[in-house]
Design a protein around this ligand. Structure first.
Ligand code: WTA
Length: 635
């Protein structure tokens, strides 16, 4: 049976076993039989665990857009590649065929070239969920430029930090974006960000909302007229397997965001393979992932994975609540969506609303439902299963990370029996291990531990842009020769995995990873603040919300504290973005610390969870006396 398409549980086990016994042979077959190569590889895997250097398919040459576009022109030229559903339901949806997408990517790529972009240059893309976002991503890949997509909800400061880290020479943005009933001035944010980004030479601006904006002469250009004049002939740049394809930033528990580098061949092979199997994709399907292309989910499972398989992939510009909470289901009915992939936070928000928003629509086209981004709680799982899947469509709870490039642990629909809150079994090629605090692997079942991956897989991030040492320190130093995920997990009696959550100082809020340190740094920039500490606490919809403990410089502070709370959230919005705003801010006289001066977040977490009666031993603290005060002040 074909390992590229897993048919049932027995087949899964057979394929999985082979992928562990002979990983190189396994991936070689997948790569050879399902993609087009300009030149085959000399070696399948080169791995040096001591330096955390991994290379897949070395010697091979290819272009990922040839695999996502050109090769489909023979058989699928008139098939819809991207189905664009605009923010306003009264505006018509757009069907972009493979032929048209190929032309638009080639033209866009020629515009990039005309503006001096060449292989290896970094291009920052800061766009809303409109077709030009996918097109500019593919245009970069076509000419070998490295794209760095920044989610268009990030602030000017966050954008400029990312531009400077990668030394991007161009930004692609739009005059603004539609978000429900609001518009957002993206170009204004870019202008602010570009005040301090010496590497930027040009800005390409897509017209979307027709707003009046400033165009800086000699720097800023409207995209559409340039594209219209551009030639539709753009041969692929022939790339080496390990040439970088993109950089995507993710928050760490400390320091600046990490620019995860994904390379060409391995990423293509793995994102395509997992798309095919995890969604059991078939030729006539209409697949919809509600993520934004600004995140890894959008890269792998809106753009590259679906297009490499010749799929129809939906891009939705708006939000789940506009014009009302029935919008997702209206779209499912209208386009007869077959696979629907979203985040637990969206499911929880939808589940709070009246069921009429669901029942009005015909959802019978759905075959597979997916979730990603954080653990899904049982209640949300059942609501999804009962009301959306009508107990007919399997739910794939997919665990993975920006760093892993593709889905790692997930059921295969119609093969793996699902259990709520379990991501279930590793996909072929993935070798998980649970580790104890002494660095030893925990064998057997019914065990909890830190989740590591023991053997390389094709789409793992190769390094952190410009800082390989940080890559080693973050991912390969906690446990010798193993990739450490930062997550905890439980393995049940049958070998199923349940992800229990982060074990570091990353908090997942509405599916977005937020490091505590950068938020604390932002708060501390407020002139009235002396020190701060952030922890997560449970939230009905967001999964976790942020709770800040803030020490003010003047203890006799007389200003209205509610104003100060607003100001603190304003600073966070400016430095990071509105997603990092605090739900609760407690002004406190002190923070519990260890004798070496580290903040004891464990205690702050308990207090924020309302569990101050379960603090355990606090006698070893530097300042145990502040704990009682912090409890008294708690909100
Ligand atoms: C969490 C998103 C439980 C996890 C693709 C991981 C999950 C982090 C799941 C990566 C899941 C993602 N169940 N937890 N199904 N999926 N996570 O980089 O903590 O934005 O480490 O990638 O999200 O988030 P990232």
């Amino acid at each position: 049976m074909n390992p590229y398409h897993i048919q049932n549980l027995e087949h899964y086990f057979q394929v999985y076993r082979h992928s562990v016994d002979a990983p190189e042979e396994f991936w070689q077959q997948i790569a050879r039989e399902n993609f087009v190569w300009q030149k085959p590889w000399d070696t399948i895997l080169n791995w040096n665990p001591d330096t955390a250097e991994v290379r897949w398919f070395e010697g091979a040459q290819l272009n990922i857009t040839e695999n996502c576009l050109d090769r489909h022109l023979e058989t699928r030229a008139d098939k819809t590649a991207i189905l664009f559903e605009p923010n306003n339901p009264k505006d018509p949806a757009t069907h972009i065929t493979y032929r048209e997408l190929h032309t638009r990517v080639c033209k866009f790529a020629n515009v990039l070239k005309a503006k001096g972009i060449k292989k290896g240059d970094r291009v920052c893309i800061y766009l809303p969920m409109i077709p030009e976002l996918a097109i500019s991503v593919l245009a970069c890949a076509r000419i070998g430029a490295i794209h760095s997509v920044v989610f268009a909800g990030f602030s000017a400061t966050a954008l400029s930090t990312r531009i400077n880290d990668a030394k991007c020479s161009m930004v692609i943005t739009s005059d603004g974006s539609f978000r429900g009933s609001k518009t957002i001035d993206l170009k204004g944010i870019v202008d602010e960000a570009l005040q301090d980004t010496p590497s930027i030479e040009n800005v390409l601006v897509v017209k979307r909302i027709q707003s009046e904006i400033q165009m800086k002469e000699g720097r800023d250009y409207w995209v559409q007229p340039l594209v219209e004049q551009a030639s539709a002939d753009c041969p692929i740049e022939v790339m080496d397997a390990e040439d970088p394809l993109f950089i995507l930033y993710t928050s760490g528990s400390t320091g600046t965001p990490k620019g995860m580098v994904h390379t060409t061949a391995g990423y293509m092979v793995y994102s395509s393979y997992t798309f095919k199997n995890v969604f059991q994709y078939k030729e006539e399907d209409v697949y919809w992932c509600t993520a934004d292309i600004g995140w890894i989910t959008g890269h792998s499972y809106i753009v590259y994975g679906p297009l490499a398989n010749g799929a129809t992939t939906v891009m939705y510009e708006g939000v789940p609540s506009y014009p009302d909470w029935g919008r997702f289901w209206e779209i499912v009915q209208k386009h007869k969506i077959t696979q629907f992939y979203t985040a637990p936070t969206a499911i929880r928000a939808l589940a709070k609303e009246n069921l009429e928003f669901v029942e009005t629509y015909d959802l019978s086209s759905l075959k597979v439902l997916g979730t990603v981004g954080e653990p899904i709680n049982e209640e949300a799982w059942h609501w999804y299963n009962d009301n959306i899947g009508k107990k007919r469509s399997p739910i794939v709870d997919t665990w993975w990370q920006t760093e892993t490039g593709g889905i790692m642990i997930s059921p295969i629909p119609f093969a793996t029996p699902t259990i709520p809150t379990f991501a279930t079994l590793p996909l072929p090629g993935i070798q998980p291990a649970l580790m104890d605090e002494h660095g030893k692997e925990i064998e057997g079942n019914q065990v909890d531990g830190r989740l590591c991956i023991k053997f390389p897989w094709p789409s793992m991030a190769r390094t952190i842009w410009g800082n390989h040492q940080r890559y080693i320190d973050t991912y390969f130093s906690a446990f010798a020769k193993k990739y450490f995920t930062g997550d905890g997990a439980f393995r049940d009696a049958t070998g199923y995995y349940r992800i229990t959550g982060r074990v570091d100082d990353v908090i997942i809020v509405s599916g977005h990873n937020l490091g505590t340190a950068p938020i604390e740094d932002a708060i501390n920039e407020h002139p009235a603040v002396a020190e701060s500490a952030i922890v997560g606490f449970p939230h009905d919809i967001k999964g976790n919300a942020l709770y800040g403990y803030v020490i003010l410089k003047e203890t006799g502070e007389t200003r209205n504290h509610d104003n100060l709370r607003k100001e603190i959230n304003q600073v966070i919005t400016e430095k990071i973005g509105p997603i990092a705003k605090l739900d609760k801010i407690q002004f406190t006289i002190g923070l519990p610390k260890t004798r070496s001066g580290k903040i004891m977040r464990r205690i702050l977490r308990k207090i924020a969870h309302g569990e101050s009666d379960q603090l355990g031993d606090i006698s070893t603290l530097l300042n145990p006396e502040v704990v009682e005060a912090v409890i008294q002040e708690a909100l």
